[in-house]
Structure formats: structure tokens, C-alpha cells
Design a binder for this molecule. Sequence first.
Ligand SMILES: *Cc1c(COP(=O)(O)O)cnc(C)c1O
Length: 450
Amino acid sequence: MTATRIMLDENEIPTHWYNVVADMPNAPLPPLGPDGKPVGPEQMMVIFPETILAQEMSAERWIPIPDEVREAYRLWRPTPLIRALRLERALGTPAKIYYKYEGVSPTGSHKPNSAIPQAYFNKIAGIKRLTTETGAGQWGSSLAFAGQMFGIEVRIYMVKVSYEQKPFRRSMMQTWGAEVFASPSDMTNTGRAILAKDPNNPGSLGIAISEAVEEAASRADTKYALGSVLNHVLLHQTVIGLEAKKQLEKIGEYPDMVFAPCGGGSNFAGIAFPFFADKAAGKQVRLVAVEPTSCPTLTRGVYAYDYGDASGFTPLMKMYTLGHDFMPPGIHAGGLRYHGDSPLVSQLLHEGLIEAVAVPQLATFDAGVQFACAEGIIPAPESNHAIRACIDEALRCKESGEPKTLLFNLSGHGHFDMASYDRYFAGKLEDYDYPSEAVAASLAHLPKVG
Ligand SMILES: *Cc1c(COP(=O)(O)O)cnc(C)c1O
């Protein structure tokens, strides 16, 4: 009988995170201030604790995972690696398909892999409170859970439309003891100014980030936490790929290709970077980031310095971007609606060391439903992007007869996203290619530096 669930023991949870910077051919480019000069740690320490900043800038290959963090990881890690045997049969492909299932975490996605260490490092730095923003609620619920694990108060600015449309994500955050406010709120100067102009402003991720950062910068006991994009977040997520490598090793397998959905880049980096270490050492492995055609940052953006948020508060980061004032359409994979991408992922793509593809929305739901019918698990709409690209490759293998080994990251389950599935079944979802003119218009507003 072919093994379909490859498990690790609790004592096999990784002891170190893997830092890809150690294996990159060129050092990462620094974030810049508005004056075009690199941003110093002292400026960033207003909103992040020192340990996290040290990780953000580290070039060490291995960074130890504190015992307290591994102890909290044990609540759901190691996660299973599963052979999608029934999906392979349904496709009639000679390819072997494996997926790493991150939906077994308490919040249903990979995001607590970084929320837990972020809460821990803030705690040991004497910080009492964390602020953050959340769109669809995946990151907010993960930080709420992590704050509860380490006795840190968490305040979440949730984009107002989502606050109203996704009441159950909000209930999760409240169950774990977090305070949740619809953003724009009357708690900050940013929020109050926006509400004075338009009391019905529906909010945006850019506004919510501004509110969370403003509050963190104004109080000594409070710092800010971010759920993707930054180097330390990607670092924490590498537990995914480190476990997957060990699991594949146990059954004598190695992937030809690795796929993951890509929004800010954290779950892609999480599964792919540990394999990049082998690639840097000469091994053949293709690492593919999958994004929506409606928000095609890596495939149609430019590699340039741009702001991380819509209002231009953050330092400038060298990344693939569609322009910080790019307004993505309301696609159903909320976690993939970011104008930019991780600077590390961007640099590796720019240097031709990883790959990116964009897939249209309807085809992603199609793949997600096919996966659910074969394997049982209903994937998050974000994860459906990786499934689409992986199925497409498996179908190419069917034509060529090549028995490739494929691995994808099932970054989360879709139990809180069934309204999107309903819209798909009702025929209300559409494909949307972001128009070239709109991309060009937004790129015309890039800040002039470097
Ligand atoms: C947030 C999220 C993503 C995308 O974010 P990345 O930072 O690119 O990983 C993908 N899948 C799920 C389930 C998410 O919650």
C-alpha cells in the first residue's frame, strides 16, 4: 500500500528557521527612507522589538527557534504531508502529487507560524500590547491566538467592509481575547480625519495599516506586527518547507517542482526557501509562486522601490510592484490582493532563480472543487491558486508521460470562505485580467529614488 499521510513526531519540529539570505547570490537591497537613504534600525525600533529587527537584517543561515515557540507550535505542528493519490487518479496523471497541509492550525492557515514567534519576541522585550491590521481576518485571528498564548493584548484594525461581511473571523479574534475595531475608526488621528471627510468610508488595508502603525508609534508599551512581506515573517514560515523536506526524505522522494499561492510571499517562501538551499547547492528543483491574473504583481509588475502601504507611510522596499495606489478588484482570494511582494521573493525572481505564474479566478475555483471532491479538504481560495498550477503541470505530465514529483502548499482551509464558493456556484464570479493601461497609470506614480 502506498503511504498517503507522512507524519513527523512532535520532537521533529524544526529547531531552527532557515534564512535564505545566506544562500542568495547577491545581498538583499535595503529599505530606504523618503530621502533615499537606507532606513536605520533606530527608526524601525519605534514599531518593532530588537530581536525581530535582528532577524529582519540577519544573514545567518540558521536562526534558533526558542523552546517556548516550539512548545506553542506543538499545538498543531508538525503538519501532515499528504500524497494526493485520489486526485492523481482522477486526473489520470503519471505525476506524483504531494501537499503540505497548513490548514490544521487553530486558525486554519499557515499564518500562526509567524504570529506565535512575533508575540513571543515582543513578550520577552517587555511589550504589553500589539497592534495590527487585517483584511479578510486570517492574519488578525492568528495574531489574536498568538497574543493569548503569551499574555499579550492584541488590538486589530479590521477593514470596515470585511468587519461587516466576515462576522465569524471577528468572533474568532474576540474568542482569543483581542479587541477588534472597524477601520477607519475614531481611535487614531488617521481614522478620525478620514471619518470627518466621509463617515461611510468602507476602509482599506492601507488605512488599517496606518491606524495600527500610528497607535504603535505613539505608545511605549505597544508594538506593531505584520503578517507577510518582511524578511522575518518569511523566515518564521520556513518551518513548512523544513518539515516537508524531512517528510519527503522519509519516503525517499524529492520534488521536481514546488508550488504555493503568493500574496505577500510568506507561505511561498515558507515551503520553497528550504528547497532553494538545495538549488543554491546545485540541485535541480523549480520553485513556482502562483498569483491571480487580477493582481499580477510578480508577472506584470515592475521591479522597483515602492511604498509598502497605500498612504506612503512605510519605508521604500525594492520589490515587484503594481504601484502603491493600485486598487485590486474585489477578487475572492482576499489574501492575494497586495500591490507589492516580499523583497526577498522579488529579488530571487528578478535574478531568475524562482518562477511566477498568474492564473484566472474561475479556473482556481474549478481546481479547488476538483481537489475537494478527490481529497475531501475544502481549500482556501488563496490555496486554490497553487492547486490550479499544480494540476496544470500534472496534466502536462499526462501528455508527455513524465512521472514528475510535484509538491504544493495547501496554505489553509476554506471553511470561512464558503460565501466565495457560493458565488462561484451561482455563476457570479468572473475572470479579470488587470488592464495594461491601469497598471501603467499606477506605475507612473512610483516614488523617484535609486
Ligand atoms: C494570507 C494567506 C495567503 C497569502 O499570503 P502570503 O503572505 O503570500 O502567504 C495564502 N493562503 C492563505 C490561506 C492565507 O491566509
